[in-house]
Each structure stands twice: as C-alpha cells, then as structure tokens.
Design a protein. Structure first.
Length: 259
C-alpha cells in the first residue's frame, strides 16, 4: 500500500480521523476533509506527516455540495497523482419522528450521508478504472441493515449507501476495484456523545447511566466499538488479502444485527 493515496471524507474527527491515521500508518498519503477550527486541523495534518512520514493534505469541501465534492476528488488526484483508496465517511445525524422531521434536516442528512458518496464515486471511479486498481470503502452503519425509530433520514441514507455499495461492486467487478461497506454499531465519537447527552437531559439520568442505557438497548455486547478497530478493518479491506471481497457489508457492532 506504500505510496498509494487515500481520500477520507469527514476525517477531522472521530471514525474518519482514525481511518486516516490507520492508512497513514501504512505509508499511504492522505487527503483529509471535514469541518473544524483551522489551527486544529493544521495540527492534525502536520501531525500525520511527522508521525508517519507521509504526505497529508487538507481540503474543506462541503460534502453537501456536488461541485465542491467533484473539485475535492480532482484536487486529490492532482496533489498525489492518483486517488487509490476512497473512504466515504462524512456523516451527520438528526433525530425526530417522521411527522416532526424538519425538511431541511432530511435534505442535509440524505445529501451528506448518501448523495456525497455517489458524487465522490462518480468522480473517482474513472481514474481507478484507468489505473486498474481502486478501493472504495463506505462507512454505513448498523442502521444500514436494520432500523430504529426517529432516525428516518439516517436509516434511509445508510440503507441507500449499502445498496449503492453493491451496485458499485457489480459495475467495477473486473476493473481491479472493490467496493465494500462497514457497518459499525455504537462507537463513542462526538456524534454519539451528543446523543448520549441529549438522552441524559431528556430522561434525567446521568451521562454515565445514559451511556449504558444506549448501549444495552441495541447491543448484546455492552461495549463501544473503537474508531481504531474500524480503521484496522478499512486497512484490511484495502489490502491484498481482501482483493476478492466486494459488495459486502461488514458489521462491527457488538452483535447488534445478530439478533
Ligand atoms: P463525527 O461527528 O465525529 O465526525 C463526522 C465528520 O464528518 C467530521 O469530520 C465532520 O467535520 C464531517 N462532516 C460533517 N458534515 C460535513 C460536511 N457537510 N462536509 C464535510 N465534512 C462533514 O462522527 P463519527 O461518529 O466519527 O461518524 C463518522 C461516520 O461513521 C458517519 O458516517 C456516521 O454515520 C458513521 N457511524 C458512526 C457510528 C457511531 O456510533 N459513532 C456508528 C455507525 C456509523
């Protein structure tokens, strides 16, 4: 994998950042993307270069804007000479019943959690086909396989992403490209921390009680999966041993979807 180039969307935080770190540790050059404070992002970028001796760049494209996404893929190819590993990770959440779901929130969740992956793949696949090598890894969710109430947009987007993964795997099957989804259960990141704090506030529980309640509602295993574990799975899916794994949805979910 040494010298290959990866684009990880939404990699300024949480799972995306761990995936970017995992690829950098394999000597893969990395394009970071996502929101955040400029000085903190620059620290992350420079830190990756220093720690792993790779090239790391940052592009702040908004994953809800198709033109910015196309430019992000072009910028990655220009910067590194190729885009070999595409990780679609950027995501947001909004929780409300369908009848109360704000239309702008529905549009934003679908745009960032689903359509952005169509736009990155649309732009990246021609280059991968020309070079006869590519790895596409879509960070879906247990909610790409099963549903929960009040997460209509998220569940629809993640089910859609698992479906899009299968379509891409078929279309690229003999081009040296694989496309797979990773479906994590609960991972303690800023996205989930916000949900725990909201639950604690609504239920009058402590944050610690709300954390255990959240886990035990869905997962037989009362343990969070780690961003590092997901990074390691992404590296495996990009490696030689996984060259015939395509169109799969890999659960890393403490048994959530085994039930
Ligand atoms: P996070 O909030 O820590 O990180 C999300 C990242 O996406 C950040 O870098 C953020 O800046 C970026 N982002 C958000 N909107 C963006 C936009 N419009 N344009 C560009 N970047 C944008 O969340 P996380 O928990 O690390 O989630 C990462 C992915 O993993 C998401 O797709 C999420 O649905 C999925 N996931 C998370 C969990 C979990 O338990 N945390 C479980 C299953 C799936």
């Amino acid at each position: 994998m040494k010298g290959k180039a990866a684009l990880v969307t939404g990699s300024t935080s949480g799972i995306g950042l761990a995936i970017a770190r995992a690829f950098a540790a394999q000597s893969v050059n990395v394009m970071l993307n996502g929101f955040g404070e400029a000085a903190a992002i620059e620290q992350l970028r420079a830190g990756l270069e220093k720690e792993f001796g790779v090239k790391a760049r940052y592009n702040g494209a908004d994953m809800s804007k198709p033109a910015e996404i196309a430019a992000l893929v072009k910028a990655t190819e220009k910067e590194f000479g190729s885009l070999d590993i595409l990780v679609n990770n950027a995501g947001i959440q909004h929780v409300a019943k369908i009848e109360d779901f704000p239309i702008d929130k529905w549009d934003a969740v679908i745009a960032i959690n689903l359509s952005s992956s169509f736009h990155t793949m649309r732009a990246a696949i021609p280059g991968m086909k020309a070079r006869k090598w590519g790895r596409i890894i879509n960070i879906a969710s247990a909610h790409g396989l099963v549903a929960s109430g009040e997460k209509g947009a998220y569940v629809a987007a993640k089910h859609g992403l698992v479906g899009l993964t299968k379509v891409a795997s078929i279309e690229t099957a003999n081009s040296g490209i694989t496309c797979n989804a990773i479906c994590p259960g609960w991972v303690l990141t800023p996205l989930v921390q916000k949900q725990i704090e909201a639950r604690a506030q609504q239920s009058g529980q402590t944050v610690e009680q709300a954390k255990i309640a959240l886990l035990s509602e869905k997962q037989p295993m009362h343990q969070f999966s780690t961003p590092e574990g997901i990074g390691a799975l992404a590296v495996f899916l990009a490696g030689a041993a996984a060259s015939t794994i395509t169109g799969s949805a890999y659960s890393i979910d403490g048994g959530w979807t085994a039930q």
